[in-house]
Design a protein around this ligand. Structure first.
Ligand SMILES: Nc1nc2c(ncn2[C@@H]2O[C@H](COP(=O)(O)OP(=O)(O)OP(=O)(O)O)[C@@H](O)[C@H]2O)c(=O)[nH]1
Ligand SMILES: [Mg+2]
Length: 650
């Protein structure tokens, strides 16, 4: 038996018979609160299930139709929005006697803005009116639906009192299962996301949450990230209605047993794959306003409903139909997530839209480049990536692209495969500390590479005695506008292709070799054995005076020349090293970093104790490593920034 499930939310004006209809179909009264019972109306979301088996194409299916019953009363619109924020199907309920009322219209607008794919209309209480009235109301509803995507929605006149019309409605709901609801490839290409709508504590079991899987798949025993507490949690168990499950995938509604305290968990929180968590305060979006003339006031506060959460936000028009949402509290969202905006002053739903980017730049938020980027991003992943490659001279940050769109490693791999089929030629720059490479269109790679090569050529021309230029100095001299990591990636690529070479820390063109003067050769013959013998604590310049018998000024001059030629490396004002000793020290530093608790880096003291080198010289060595980009200092800790070969060559 193949399991399938679909969740349908109700919608419609207060007292129009939503809860009664769900009860008639499932046998469950979802109005469980005492207050709901005494007032005879729904306040909070209600959940119920209808199970049926079916057969199609020679396969047997075990189907679960889940219902999320929402309140119709406008006072509880927050709950209604949380309920419809996580479903793929909805039924708009209109009572035959009352007809179309304010919340009929508002809920219809919300379903429209959220672009819920499956929808139908139920006309309830037909037992209270004449057949003519039902026909007339059907006509009116048709007209109202006409300008919306619900225009083709089927309309079912029925009565929850007599049961008339309900079999037809059920048959239609069941037919929704025949459309493919599960795409295995899509599930694999995304990380797990599960939207929580309730949390409670069960004796002997612990915290149980209910909600719906919005993407990906998960199995019992997996570790997830709970966004509300920002803590990891183990998934202890899964249940769909009365059935225990071992795994779940996108589009299923399930209860999950997690090891967090139920007081930490609230509606609107997510359980996500730990790699996916990227909360944002700002979102760049497209918004559609119900009143086309409407334009948001810059500092006004609006209510944003996204997923099952509610935020106070401001809206800022960016241009080309894009709007920036700024929230007082962080939002967990990804590209394509839908939302609704309400105006607290008028208490009306005013619009809704879709998230485009969750990585909003701090500056130039409305620049033509940013708008072009948003236009590129406002497409499916493949055309979006192709368009970005075309316009981004600094390359496409695939880490961000993948996080924004919730793409797993397999999703990224298949996307890049498709890109190659499209004959887009680009280069992947793999960089340490990043999950995915930076992608650079061949055109831009050539531009950057030419610029680097030309610069080196000019440099050699102007500094004949110098073997080359260090990476940070080159980047500075070129006024390179891209990131440090892009520059580093470009150099790695050029080194890999032998288009440039590195001697010590100095980058140069392959053909360039400084000719050593007789004087330099003699000096090196004399000084190399001294430095080799001294190892990691070479003599200071002053000490070299005695050791070489050369007087200060000529010694300083020749040290300078040898440094330029790459034969020696100057670590501090008065201290020069052989390149191979620096390489040994770099290797040693990597070991110190690995031996120490990696997350905390390593300290000068640790380095001193491990090396036996005096504290002051240790500081000089490490500061030199910082300067050339091998290590990075944060407070009292140092971290290895890149493999030593990337800085000092092989
Ligand atoms: N005669 C008749 N009464 C109905 C029918 N459906 C619902 N009712 C009655 O209408 C009233 C409201 O029904 P509910 O199902 O609670 O309405 P609701 O849409 O869930 O209301 P809210 O959740 O508060 O928005 C109840 O008294 C029901 O018994 C129907 O088909 N025929
Ligand atoms: Mg109700």
């Amino acid at each position: 038996m193949i399991k399938r499930s679909l969740t349908v939310a109700t919608a419609g004006h207060v007292d129009h018979g939503k809860t009664s209809l769900v009860r008639h179909i499932t046998g469950t009264n979802t109005d469980t609160l005492a207050e709901e019972k005494t007032r005879g109306l729904t306040i909070n979301l209600g959940y119920a299930y209808y199970h049926f088996q079916s057969e199609s194409g020679g396969k047997d299916f075990d189907n679960t139709l889940g219902f999320v019953d929402v309140p119709g009363h406008t006072d509880f619109i927050n709950n209604m929005l949380a309920g419809v924020g996580a479903v793929d199907a909805a039924m708009l309920v209109v009572a035959a006697d009352d007809g179309v009322m304010p919340q009929t219209r508002e809920h219809l607008a919300i379903l429209d803005l959220l672009e819920i794919p499956h929808r139908l209309v139920a006309i309830t209480k037909t037992d209270c009116v004449s057949p003519e009235r039902v026909a007339e109301l059907s006509e009116q509803i048709r007209e109202i639906l006409q300008p919306t995507p619900l225009r083709d929605a089927a309309i079912f006149p029925l009565s929850s009192k007599t049961g008339v019309g309900i079999p037809e409605l059920l048959q239609h709901l069941q037919s929704w299962f025949d459309r493919p609801t599960v795409d295995e490839n899509l599930i694999k290409s995304q990380h797990f996301r599960y939207l929580i709508d309730r949390s409670f504590s069960v004796k002997g079991i612990g915290t149980v949450v209910t909600g719906s899987v919005r993407a990906g798949a998960v199995k019992v025993g997996d570790t997830l990230f709970h966004t509300g507490s920002e803590k990891l949690t183990k998934l202890r168990g899964l249940r769909q209605d009365a059935t225990e499950l071992t795994s779940v995938h996108s589009r299923q509604r399930v209860a999950a047993n997690i090891n967090r305290d139920s007081s930490e968990v609230k509606r609107g929180d997510w359980l996500v794959d730990p790699q996916l968590y990227t909360p944002a305060i700002r979102l760049d979006t497209v918004v559609r306003f119900i009143d086309k003339e409407f334009s948001p006031r810059n500092n006004a506060q609006y209510h944003l409903y996204i997923g099952a959460s509610h935020r106070i936000v401001t809206l800022r028009q960016l241009g080309n139909g894009f709007f920036q949402i700024k929230s007082h509290a962080s939002i967990v969202a990804h590209h394509g997530d839908r939302f609704v905006v309400r105006d607290p002053a008028s208490q009306q739903t005013i619009g809704g839209g879709q998230v485009i980017d969750i990585f909003v730049p701090r500056r130039q938020r409305t620049s033509p480049q940013r708008l072009a980027m948003l236009t590129a991003l406002h497409q499916d992943s493949l055309p979006a990536l192709a368009a970005l490659l075309d316009i981004q001279a600094a390359g496409v940050d695939l880490d961000q692209f993948a996080l924004c769109r919730n793409l797993s490693a397999s999703g990224v791999a298949s996307l890049c495969g498709n890109l190659q089929e499209e004959k887009v030629s680009y280069l992947s720059l793999t960089l340490e500390g990043r999950r995915f490479p930076i992608l650079l269109h061949d055109r831009y790679y050539r531009q950057h590479a030419d610029q680097i090569l030309q610069h080196l050529q000019r440099y050699h021309h102007q500094h004949v005695n110098q073997q080359g230029i260090s990476e940070p100095a080159l980047s500075k001299a070129m006024e390179f506008e891209g990131s440090h990591s892009l520059f580093h990636g470009l150099l790695q690529e050029l080194l890999r292709q032998d288009a440039i070479k590195r001697t010590g820390t100095l980058l140069h063109l392959p053909g360039h070799q400084t000719a050593l003067s007789e004087e330099e050769k003699n000096f090196l013959d004399k000084v190399r054995p001294i430095l080799l013998k001294a190892g990691t604590v070479p003599p200071r310049t002053r000490e070299l005076l005695d050791l070489t018998g050369i007087t200060l000024q000529p010694l300083q001059r020749i040290l300078r020349q040898s440094t330029k030629a790459g034969s020696l490396i100057q670590v501090a004002d008065n201290r020069h090293y052989l390149p191979e000793t620096i390489m040994q020290l770099a290797e040693f530093t990597e070991k110190v970093a690995t031996d120490s608790d990696e997350a905390d880096g390593f300290s000068v003291i640790q380095f001193r104790d491990a090396s036996g080198i005096g504290r002051n010289l240790c500081i000089e060595i490490l500061e030199y490593f910082d300067r050339v980009g091998f290590t990075r200092r944060e407070g009292n800790s140092r971290f290895i920034r890149t493999e030593k070969e990337n800085i000092f060559g092989k």
